[in-house]
Design a protein around this ligand. Structure first.
Ligand code: G
Ligand code: G
Ligand code: MN
Length: 399
């Protein structure tokens, strides 16, 4: 955020009194405010010459409502940050938030009415600069790599595993770590998976990266063990890799070659598209399971991670997507979804992992609900090999 000039905020609110009150608060915080009373003039401002740093937008407005306005900015690829502010009930607000996210709107958060000076301060003084360099944005950072650049990076061995601990919810001790790939780019620094995974998957080129990470992660585990720290590693496997029936053999062979046991690993299966041909996928997964790999259904509850998958694949772990976990201590519907997912996992004999645990409140809620493992910024962000070793050592990984 620039400090030399005022932040410019577009306020989209049809209720005159509320809009004036908000404008006064925002100006008091040092922002320039442009006021409009529905989506149509707001779009004109957004598409005009004036620079806008942030949009604060009501949902229910006459003429063009907030939903249509958000759709318009999302579809046009406009990346101005948006905060939704509304008096609607939490369910409607959450649904509007999800909808806007799906349209590609860059969302900073929700403000529920009645609002206070504090609710805005939180966004402006804390959330805005923080999200300005959040790991997700740093991940892609607006970078758009060509497939050739990505392959060149692979060739130059620039991809490394980062590790994020998973902790036992009862003891709060780490029991494993998820391997999350990072590109150590010579010019752009640390680049996250959003900038390259999808592109590799689409061209069926993800196997090289996955096997190279698995090798590097195996060597990290061996190094940790030589320092007296044990862990189990979770590796992400794109479902697209499983269409080739020989994939499982290569994975088993690799792990053996590195001198490790398949039981040292959990494979987190992530699906980005419906599987066309299920038989080879099942063959691979049953073989991997027979060899001793744990199998986790990743991002459960989103996309194609469905009940159908649970019914036919021999999973050992269910990972509840962070979009449900984040709000499970403050939203009744999210809590219900998390609770039912935990019960479902347990009744199917699976371990349950909650990802995206950022607060004590969420952790306490998960403990009450009987969840087994937690992963999230509350404990640690994804970190490089040696820092993760320090973390595991200090917090007493179970050996
Ligand atoms: O921290 P984060 O930005 O690391 O990861 C973003 C997404 O990228 C996660 O949902 C994760 O599943 C995916 N991801 C991270 N590493 C890998 C990988 O090695 N292979 C695949 N297929 N996906 C990965
Ligand atoms: O593969 P999967 O979707 O499970 O990968 C986990 C993703 O979630 C990674 O992008 C990781 O960086 C991210 N992540 C891990 N912990 C947290 C957290 O506490 N909050 C948020 N917002 N993201 C997290
Ligand atoms: Mn994962």
């Amino acid at each position: 955020m620039e400090t030399s000039k005022n932040m410019s905020i577009l306020l989209v609110e049809d209720h005159d009194v509320q809009r004036r009150t908000m404008a006064r608060i925002l100006k008091g915080l040092g922002a320039d405010v442009i006021e409009v009373d529905n989506g149509r003039p707001a779009l004109e401002v957004i598409n005009g010459d004036r620079h806008v740093d942030l949009v604060i937008c009501d949902i229910d407005m006459p003429d063009m409502d907030g939903l249509a306005f958000l759709r318009n900015i999302g579809q046009s690829g406009n990346q101005t940050s948006v905060v939704i502010c509304s008096a609607k009930d939490r369910g409607v607000l959450n649904a509007a938030y999800m909808m806007a996210k799906e349209y590609g709107v860059r969302l900073l958060g929700l403000i529920e009415k009645p609002f206070s000076r504090e609710s805005f301060e939180k966004i402006l003084l804390d959330q805005f600069p923080m999200l300005g360099d959040s790991s997700k944005r740093r991940a892609t950072g607006g970078l758009d790599f060509s497939i050739d650049q990505i392959l060149e990076g692979l060739h130059e061995n620039q991809f490394v595993p980062f590790f994020q601990p998973k902790v036992d919810i009862k003891t709060e001790k780490p029991v494993g770590a998820e391997v999350l790939v990072r590109w150590l780019h010579p010019e752009h620094g640390i680049v996250g998976p959003n900038a390259f995974i999808r592109k590799l998957e689409e061209r069926c080129l993800i196997e090289g990266l996955t096997l190279s990470l698995l090798t590097k992660a195996s060597r990290a585990l061996i190094q940790w063990r030589s320092r007296g720290v044990d862990s189990r590693l979770a590796v992400n496997i794109s479902a697209s890799l499983l269409s080739d029936v020989t994939f499982s053999d290569r994975v088993v062979e690799l792990v053996g070659r590195e001198g490790l046991d398949c039981r040292d690993f959990v494979l987190e299966i992530t699906e980005t598209a419906a599987m066309a041909d299920v038989a080879p996928v099942l063959e691979n997964l049953v073989r991997l399971r027979m060899r001793g790999f744990g199998l986790s259904i990743d991002d459960y509850g989103t996309g194609f991670s469905s009940l159908q998958q649970l019914s036919r694949i021999p999973f050992t772990e269910l990972k509840i997507d962070k979009s449900f976990v984040t709000d499970c201590a403050s939203s009744a519907s999210m809590e219900t979804i998390v609770e039912c997912s935990i019960d479902l996992a347990h009744q199917l004999g699976l371990q349950c992992v909650a990802e995206g645990v950022e607060t004590r409140e969420v952790m306490d809620k998960l403990r009450t609900l009987g969840c087994d493992l937690a992963q999230g910024y509350l404990f640690a962000k994804p970190m490089e090999q040696n820092r993760c070793l320090d973390f595991l050592r200090v917090s007493g990984a179970r050996g």
